[in-house]
Design a protein around this ligand. Structure first.
Ligand SMILES: Nc1ncnc2c1ncn2[C@@H]1O[C@H](COP(=O)(O)OP(=O)(O)OP(=O)(O)O)[C@@H](O)[C@H]1O
Length: 582
């Protein structure tokens, strides 16, 4: 298949090429390590045929000293080869880490793809593991197998043929191992991934899990998934075990057979005793890489599966093309025929929404639960793609902006607030590594969160460890509002911004919106609560994804309240719930 169909493949190949220079050195070290592997057999040959025949202790001492040095050199070279291989793995991982993370982040927009996103990070680990496992060095040693067998031929052709036949049988066993276990290893990986994904989900939802008596049910479900994973893994291991044990026993048998056959030829006077022993050791060396590769076969299979998954994953999320950097846009927002199909959904949830939001104005989007308010907000931020239509900010369609730059121009407060593990200050500055105390405090002040943050024991440097209970819902929402305001965006999109706020917090939010508008910037607020539309100049009423009313706020309110068949906004009454009644 052409690489244009699989743009992820050249990226993986480029990452692999980064280790090419080092791989050359690993090969060079391999050559010397394998030459030094002959130390043992040659020593045997000399001891049996020369030392025992000549009865010379000096020769024995000299040979032993030489062998000690050669073995020490082999150890150094083998260690160097291992270090080089580990660094090839590290280069491969470094080349892809950021790219894979970015791709997973992008694919996470589709909730169905989230488990795959976690799994693909593990696939990258599996590939890196391959370089540090003995399987690759064993494969590098394999080309020496025929040479060692050729050396046995020199001792005696019959020994050579037996060694060759034995080696072929071991290769056939290795191939059979691959065929029989590949599917089972894959099944075990899939089952393990499912169990991990379930555990992660349960941890995230621990509050509801523990408070709603779901512990035992979740535990049983997790156990079922684990048992399945374990069964598949045992199945794969059992088969690999059968082949590994068979190979090991066969190799030992073969070595003894060569020794026995060698002894026969010694008795016939066709072979020296030294050659007999050396032949047996050489055969062991020749077959060791095959045996080692087989023992570590699951590592190779895991890496191969990881390579394929990564290739598919990166191909599905190609690198974005470079965009010309646009100047800071104006706050004019135009939506034209926007139709939304949530990622992974089969039919549109919002149809043909059009509006113009002038700078210095705020637009409220109201409607029943599930009418498409959050979907619209997500598309307006550029997080979700549109199925049809266009959105223009400052005259340019959203796709003309580099997503990173667009994110700086749009402040977004999502309905569900997520804060990252880091200080409040880091969270407000959108996890940037550069400190910007002035900008952070300014954003917090605009969000009316400054006083609240100062009251925390460590103020802006309070470390949030990702534990949702560390701050109240309202506090989290205000910090997230400060994050949305950070960097002086031109457009603010607030999805249910006061869902966690008390009356005082709600007033403060309206103040924030008012000041933002006064600076000639635009605001979009999706809401159920009347208090949140106090500063809105325009209103859109959504029903089942379609616009049923659009216009100046008071006009729309008057119309929707007058027509009881249309969704309407309840007027807030003291002592009553201030939720929007639809
Ligand atoms: N990722 C998704 N995949 C498929 N359908 C989705 C997805 N996200 C939302 N939807 C559907 O889109 C419709 C609109 O959802 P949306 O969250 O935009 O509504 P909403 O008006 O914001 O609701 P609420 O007021 O309850 O937050 C719903 O029917 C919902 O099921």
């Amino acid at each position: 298949m052409a690489t244009e169909d699989k743009p992820g493949l050249p990226e993986l190949q480029a990452a692999r090429r980064k280790g090419r220079g080092l791989l050359f050195w690993a090969f060079v070290f391999s050559i010397f390590v394998n030459i030094l592997m002959l130390t043992g057999p040659l020593y045997m040959l000399q001891v049996y045929d020369r030392v025992l025949a000549s009865k010379s202790v000096e020769t024995l001492v000299a040979l032993s000293l030489l062998v000690t040095m050669l073995y020490a050199l082999m150890a150094v070279l083998d260690y160097a080869r291992g270090r080089v291989m580990a660094r090839i793995g590290a280069r491969f991982q470094t080349a892809l880490d950021a790219r894979v993370f970015r791709a997973t982040l992008q694919r996470s927009a589709n909730p169905h793809d989230r488990p795959a996103c976690t799994a693909v990070l593990r696939d990258l680990d599996a590939l890196q593991n391959l370089f540090v496992s003995p399987v690759l060095t064993a494969i590098m040693d394999m080309p020496w197998t025929p040479l060692f067998i050729a050396a046995i031929f020199i001792f005696h052709p019959v020994l050579g043929w037996v060694a060759l036949a034995g080696a072929l049988i071991i290769v056939v066993l290795a191939l059979l191992n691959q065929v029989v276990t590949a599917y089972r290893v894959r099944m075990s990986q899939i089952a393990t991934q499912r169990a991990h994904a379930f555990a992660e989900q349960a941890h995230e939802a621990s509050e509801v899990a523990l408070s709603q008596g779901m512990r035992d049910s979740l535990q049983t479900r997790y156990k079922r998934l684990r048992n399945l994973a374990l069964r598949e893994s045992m199945n794969a291991n059992d088969w690999t075990g059968i082949f590994t044990s068979l190979t090991k026993a066969f190799r030992l048998f073969l070595q003894s057979a060569i020794l026995g056959l060698g002894a026969y030829f010694v008795l016939q006077g066709e072979l020296t005793p030294g050659s007999m022993i050396a032949g047996s050791i050489l055969l062991g060396r020749a077959l060791a890489p095959v045996e080692q590769a087989m023992g570590n076969w699951p590592v190779l299979q895991r890496a191969r599966a990881g390579w394929k998954t990564l290739e598919r994953f990166l191909s599905a999320v190609p690198l974005p093309e470079d965009r010309t950097e646009l100047p800071v846009p104006g706050s004019l927002l135009q939506a034209n025929g926007v139709t939304i199909m949530p990622p992974g959904a089969k039919k549109p949830t919002v149809r043909s929404v059009s509006f113009t939001l002038e700078p210095g104005h705020a637009l409220g989007i109201i409607g029943k639960s599930g009418s498409g308010k959050s979907s619209l907000a997500r598309v307006l931020t550029g997080y979700w793609p549109m199925a049809a239509g266009e959105v223009r900010l400052g005259g340019a369609t959203l796709n003309q902006y580099d997503p990173m730059h667009l994110g700086r121009h749009i402040g977004y407060l999502p309905q569900t607030v997520s804060l990252f593990a880091g200080t409040i200050s880091e969270n407000i500055r959108r996890m940037s590594l550069e400190s910007d105390s002035k900008g952070v405090v300014e954003a917090a002040k605009q969000a009316n969160a400054h006083e609240m943050i100062m009251q925390l024991p460590n103020g802006y440097d309070t470390y949030l460890d990702g534990n949702e209970n560390q701050l109240s819902g309202g506090q989290r929402q205000r910090i997230a509002l400060a994050r949305a305001l950070y960097g002086d965006p031109v457009l603010l999109i607030l999805d249910e911004p006061n869902s966690m706020l008390d009356a005082e917090g709600s007033d403060a939010l309206n103040q924030t919106v008012k000041r933002f508008k006064e600076r000639g910037k635009a605001v979009i607020i999706t809401t159920h609560r009347p208090a949140a539309i106090a500063e809105c100049d325009m209103l859109i009423v959504l029903d089942k994804g379609s616009v049923v009313a659009l216009g100046p706020r008071d006009e729309v309110l008057a119309k929707t309240i007058a027509d009881p068949r249309k969704p309407r906004l309840a007027t807030a009454r003291p002592g009553k719930s201030n939720k929007v009644a639809m």
